[in-house]
Design a protein around this ligand. Structure first.
Ligand SMILES: [Zn+2]
Ligand SMILES: [Zn+2]
Length: 95
């Protein structure tokens, strides 16, 4: 499953040079290996770059996980239903 929240922070992340403020748009291509790596900016200065990731946790209720059944209602999108009890979105292929 793709974590959308993670992707959006990834995309907007930029690495800024502490000397000139230039943003390194390719920061996401850098392998930081959970440490600091030396970056050389176009301005000629070197600085340490590191990466921190925002971790999002989410608790998702699930009727079936607890031995119950979803109470589904159509969301308006074709083949998509939402459970009124646990709020989970379900995709069903119509025959
Ligand atoms: Zn710079
Ligand atoms: Zn449910």
């Amino acid at each position: 499953m793709i974590n959308v929240k993670y992707d959006s922070t990834y995309e907007s992340a930029c690495l800024k040079c502490p000397y000139c403020g230039q943003e390194n748009g390719d920061a996401w291509e850098i392998e930081f290996d959970d440490g600091q790596i030396e970056i050389e900016c176009d301005c000629g200065k070197k600085f340490w770059g590191s990466e921190s990731r925002i971790i999002n946790y989410e608790g998702q209720a699930d009727c079936e996980l607890n031995g119950g059944k979803h109470d589904l209602e159509p969301t308006g999108n074709e083949g998509q239903f939402k459970c009124k009890i646990c709020g989970q979105y379900i995709h069903k292929k119509l025959p």
